[in-house]
Ligand binder design. Sequence first.
Ligand SMILES: Nc1ncnc2c1ncn2[C@@H]1O[C@H](COP(=O)(O)OP(=O)(O)OP(=O)(O)O)[C@@H](O)[C@H]1O
Ligand SMILES: [Mg+2]
Length: 199
Amino acid sequence: MSAILEVRNLTKQFRGFTAVDNIDLHVEEGHIHALIGPNGAGKTTVFNLLTKFLPPTRGEILYRGKPITGMKANDIARLGLVRSFQISAVFAHMTALENVRVALQRKLGTSFHFWKSEKSLDHLNERALELLDEVGLREYADVLTVEMPYGRKRALEIATTLALEPTVMLLDEPTQGMGAEDVDRIVELIRRVAGGVQC
Ligand SMILES: Nc1ncnc2c1ncn2[C@@H]1O[C@H](COP(=O)(O)OP(=O)(O)OP(=O)(O)O)[C@@H](O)[C@H]1O
Ligand SMILES: [Mg+2]
């Protein structure tokens, strides 16, 4: 069967210490997988390898059948292989809307569009509001991220990841440190953004 992401014999050693030992993955479009393991098992390292934050010691990564092992982090993100971080990666002193807008601008490839008409910025706002809606954060649009409840911040991270229009989303412990109610909301959100997928 055709995989969107395939990993073979992926290994990472840090000065002789093997953090990731010969893993194989086969991910098909529309499927949700969970990588589970105790603290220090190597989950974050796998994500770092897949998104090229770290070079692998050995192994091969294929995206839609093509080797991407030698590609740079930016190019990998442009292919649609997008990750979130275990530690919150949203800007605390921006509103929820501003955070999503920054992510949308990042997708466009430039950080500032001061020369563009107000109309195109309005369009960005519209899309940002849609994304906030998608993750249930419409009413937080004008709230500073630092003032948002923890669970909602994690949902905002998913919105900023979605802004990059990923084809594969790698979420590093998206429910870490959450209460049961927030966990349910995030699980439901992941199912919804994956669009009626099989787990
Ligand atoms: N840059 C690094 N240099 C040296 N060792 C590292 C480095 N990054 C990770 N490690 C080690 O690799 C192992 C795997 O760490 P990793 O962070 O991938 O685990 P994890 O499964 O994500 O754990 P957690 O559940 O705590 O997030 C750990 O023993 C860690 O100390
Ligand atoms: Mg980790």
